[in-house]
Write a protein that binds this ligand. Structure first.
Ligand code: I3S
Length: 128
């Protein structure tokens, strides 16, 4: 029996390094501040951890530390948003609470995978 087969512990869907900036909080616009972030998609939540390269030890690993922030994907909206940045491969995630994040990677295949994986979770939650 796998540790996740009890139906209580959400499955890890995806994890990886993306560039992130928050651009709105509760509908209020924020100044951009791009930073690398270790992004983990588990169950209905997208969690952001500090870039592992900027800290020592394994403290960034899920389970070993709290995420810097966590996003509930229920009712969230996802869209490509290349017009919102001079960077390529940018999408915007908006939560029901009006928090908005831009996520970006220079690697085309990687950002497309993230986009479709997050969209799949949002669509699944919409149908519940
Ligand atoms: O959309 P903006 O305001 O042109 O975003 C850029 C700025 O946030 C800039 O910082 P300051 O103007 O606060 O120094 C950032 O360094 C840039 O990365 C932002 O633009 P991009 O196009 O990289 O999202």
């Amino acid at each position: 029996e796998s540790p996740n087969s009890d139906g209580m512990t959400p499955e890890l869907e995806k994890a990886g390094l993306l560039n992130k900036t928050k651009i709105a909080e509760g509908g209020r616009k924020l100044r951009k501040n791009w930073n690398p972030s270790w992004v983990v998609l588990v169950g209905n939540s997208l969690m952001f951890f500090k870039d592992p390269k900027t800290q020592n030890s394994d403290s960034w690993k899920p389970g070993n530390s709290c995420p810097e922030s966590s996003v509930d994907l229920r009712g969230a909206q996802l869209q490509w948003a290349n017009e919102l940045s001079s960077k390529k491969n940018v999408f915007k995630l908006r939560t029901v609470t009006g928090n908005e994040f831009l996520l970006q990677s220079d690697t085309d295949s990687l950002i497309r995978e993230w986009y479709s994986t997050i969209l799949k979770v949002i669509d699944r939650l919409d149908k519940e």
